[in-house]
Design a protein around this ligand. Structure first.
Ligand SMILES: [Zn+2]
Length: 130
């Protein structure tokens, strides 16, 4: 008869307290002070990273600037591009040509494009002023 794995002393899982944060630890034997300090460092680093991420949350303008504006797309787009590559190539050729021109009406064309995208105009039906 094989023994139960429950009684296997090499496969234990314990909760260890590291600087007030419980950590699940696999293995045998007690942690010495060095192990405990190392775990504390890992936890502290993870908490710092988490806090930094929370602080960065308000900077959604940056993220929005890097996300395709078409509702439901959500793909990343390159900086300075109006749409992600996939959506861009679904625009009619005349729209792409017009939008590629950088003149005094470029901002107006972009606004036209974004308005239509927000209203749900299919990409291949988008009309942009020349
Ligand atoms: Zn897209």
């Amino acid at each position: 008869m094989p023994e139960h794995h429950d009684s296997d002393p090499t496969d234990t899982c314990r909760i260890v307290d590291a600087n007030g944060t419980p950590i699940r630890v696999h293995g045998t034997g007690d942690l010495d002070d060095t192990d405990r300090a190392m775990l504390g460092e890992i936890v502290a680093a993870a908490q710092r990273r988490h806090e930094q991420e929370q602080e960065q949350q308000p900077v959604t303008v940056e993220q929005a600037a890097r996300t395709c504006p078409r509702p439901g797309c959500g793909r990343r787009k390159a900086a300075g591009h109006y749409l992600c590559t996939g959506c861009w190539w679904r625009l009619p050729r005349h729209a792409r040509l017009a939008l590629s021109r950088k003149d005094e009406r470029a901002v107006r064309r972009l606004a036209d494009l974004l308005d239509q995208i927000r209203m749900g105009v299919p990409l291949h039906k988008v009309r942009v002023q020349p």
